[in-house]
Ligand binder design. Structure first.
Ligand SMILES: [Zn+2]
Ligand SMILES: [Zn+2]
Length: 158
């Protein structure tokens, strides 16, 4: 006799990602079960844990009780491994406290005062970048390139 028990299927990274959606900000949001704090919930080896924590364990191996998987992006349902870091319970609490403004540690705005919202935050080389500033920088770069090309073309035209 065959028993088909859905919840006995092993939880894999692929299985979790199959229930996720990409966002503009680079977050991969879990759209399955969520708890009251908006964290994705999956069962891993018979235990119900956060989807972000499960992704971390599946990728990097088991965690101890006081190793917490924290979001660099402050987006609870996000399971993008690049947006996760390991921290202690204390750091977790600290992160939560500093969500306000200008508490030591995490900034909530870029140097030009743009808020680090999920939409306006991107991650390059493990660092948080402001999308508005990055776009401005890129535009300035493109403009400089066009100017240079125009100068070269003018010279040729002479
Ligand atoms: Zn994220
Ligand atoms: Zn900015």
């Amino acid at each position: 006799m065959m028993f088909k028990k859905g919840y006995n299927k092993p939880t894999t990274i692929e299985a979790i990602l199959a229930r996720c959606k990409d966002t503009i900000g680079g977050c991969i949001e879990f759209h399955g079960n969520r708890n009251n704090k908006n964290y994705g919930q999956v069962s891993l080896r018979g235990k119900r844990i956060g989807a972000h924590r499960a992704i971390w364990i599946l990728k990097h191996g088991p965690l101890t009780r006081d190793q917490h998987v924290l979001h660099i992006c402050d987006n609870p349902p996000c399971v993008n491994i690049d947006h996760l870091k390991l921290g202690s319970h204390k750091e977790n609490m600290h992160d939560m406290c500093s969500k306000g403004r200008h508490m030591n540690g995490r900034r909530t705005e870029c140097y030009n005062g743009h808020a680090f919202t999920p939409e306006n935050t991107m991650y390059r080389g493990g660092k948080r970048r402001c999308r508005i500033c990055w776009r401005a920088w890129r535009n300035a770069f493109e403009r400089a390139k066009r100017q240079k090309n125009r100068l070269i073309n003018n010279q040729r035209g002479e």
